[in-house]
Design a protein around this ligand. Structure first.
Ligand code: NAD
Ligand code: TYD
Length: 354
């Protein structure tokens, strides 16, 4: 079986659902259920004997040891992390705890577990660490996209904490021979994305008639990848990735935030037009910029294409249409995700602007 951490979050939940749609290999999901963890994401697996859930913290060594001993996974897929840059600016401590100490705890537990495995199972074991392109820092307009050899230059508390966890993963491979693989993915979007991140926030705010907050001039560039393509890349790395290797995963789809916003508005205009017939783009509002805001990320995903044969299947248009339809069809999920705690966050982040 697989031990997946953070499986109640956006990408982890998509990964588990996709995995069990393709395989009968069971999954144990270890998740602390922070504000970002939502068991509703996995409601389709209720009663499915192939899916197990353990509520807990990846920093809890005794718990991780017990789960490894009891369930004997053949791999760990480590998603659990605090993941929102803006929250890391307001309160970095949780990021250090979950992202750095949490990864350290898992690596140590995996090392001890592996040492006790018979040779054949030890050789087959994998620890896949899910990282981000943000560890490489910001690119200038003329710079080439990030390859796996790009230097680390994290600029936010979030990316610094992810960079630290990457260094631990690397060291545990080099020093202890733990069979670690690492992936650096660009911005994901798709179903179950918590509406504090750009694309779901835009959809939810547009439909609620609220302003669409664009930080600064909106010319910041990200590479966008449909979440199902990211999950496919991780499956492929688990299958054929080489221990000690890192893989950059991206959509070959660089876009500035204003263009992304206009695309989201265009899909909503088609699928659920405003009563007055005016485009949702009318709701675009420029707000204060994010401190230390990275201007551009871009991923060179040639290595994973060449070595593992992975390429994204969705275009931005096809992925965004699916995503927009999903949010339109899941109004209750959105309502439930927007708890009191979420509303308090929106007030803290955007103040009176919204
Ligand atoms: P998310 O915030 O939606 O979900 C994170 C999940 O981890 C939640 O279910 C949460 O409860 C859980 N969690 C947090 N701290 C925990 C802890 N200490 N112990 C156990 N569980 C804990 O995040 P996401 O967007 O799904 O991202 C998943 C991973 O992918 C992260 O490691 C992130 O850095 C990485 N990543 C995300 C993106 C993106 O665009 N979202 C891109 C590249 C990489
Ligand atoms: P986000 O979804 O938070 O991902 P990340 O910061 O990890 O790239 O933000 C994506 C881009 O959108 C980023 O440049 C910040 C910008 N942004 C806004 O302009 N307004 C918003 O309300 C949010 C949440 C993000």
């Amino acid at each position: 079986m697989l031990l997946v951490t953070g499986g109640a979050g956006f990408i982890g939940a998509n990964f588990i659902l996709d995995w069990l749609a393709r395989s009968d290999e069971p999954v144990l999901n270890l998740d602390k259920l922070t504000y970002a963890g939502n068991l509703e994401n996995l409601a389709a697996l209720e009663g499915d004997a192939r899916y197990l859930f353990a509520r807990g913290d990846v920093c809890d060594r005794a718990l991780v040891d017990r789960l490894l001993a009891e369930h004997q996974p053949r791999a760990i897929v480590h998603f659990a992390a605090e993941s929102h840059v803006d929250r890391s600016i307001h309160g970095p401590a949780e990021f250090l705890k979950s992202n750095v100490e949490g990864t350290f705890t898992l690596l140590e537990a995996a090392r001890a577990y592996c040492a006790g495995l018979p040779e054949e199972r030890r050789a087959a074991f994998r620890f896949h660490h899910v990282s981000t392109d943000e560890v490489y820092g910001a690119l200038k307009p003329e710079d080439a996209p990030f390859t796996e050899a790009a230097p680390y230059a994290p600029n936010s508390p979030y990316s610094a904490s992810k960079a630290a966890s990457d260094h631990l993963a690397r060291a545990w491979f080099k020093t202890y021979g733990l069979p670690v693989t690492v992936s650096h993915c660009s911005n994901n979007y798709g179903p179950f994305h918590f509406p504090e991140k750009l694309i779901p926030l835009l959809i939810v705010h547009a439909l609620a008639g609220k302003p669409l907050p664009i930080y600064g001039d909106g010319a910041q560039i990200r590479d966008w990848l449909y979440v199902g393509d990211h999950c496919a890349a991780i499956r492929r790395i688990l299958e054929a990735g080489i221990p000690g290797e890192t893989y950059n995963v991206g959509g070959w789809n660089e876009m500035d935030n204003l263009s992304v916003t206009r695309e989201v508005c265009a899909w909503l205009d088609r699928l659920s037009p405003r009563a007055d017939g005016v485009s949702y783009a009318r709701q675009i509002t420029h707000v204060a910029d994010r401190p230390g805001h990275d201007r551009r990320y871009a991923i060179d995903a040639r290595k994973i294409a060449r070595d593992l044969g992975w390429r994204p299947e969705e275009t931005f248009a096809s992925g965004l249409e699916k995503t927009t339809r999903w949010y339109l069809e899941h109004a209750q999920w959105v309502k439930n995700a927007q708890s009191g705690a979420y509303r308090a966050w929106v007030e803290k982040q955007y103040g009176k602007a919204l």
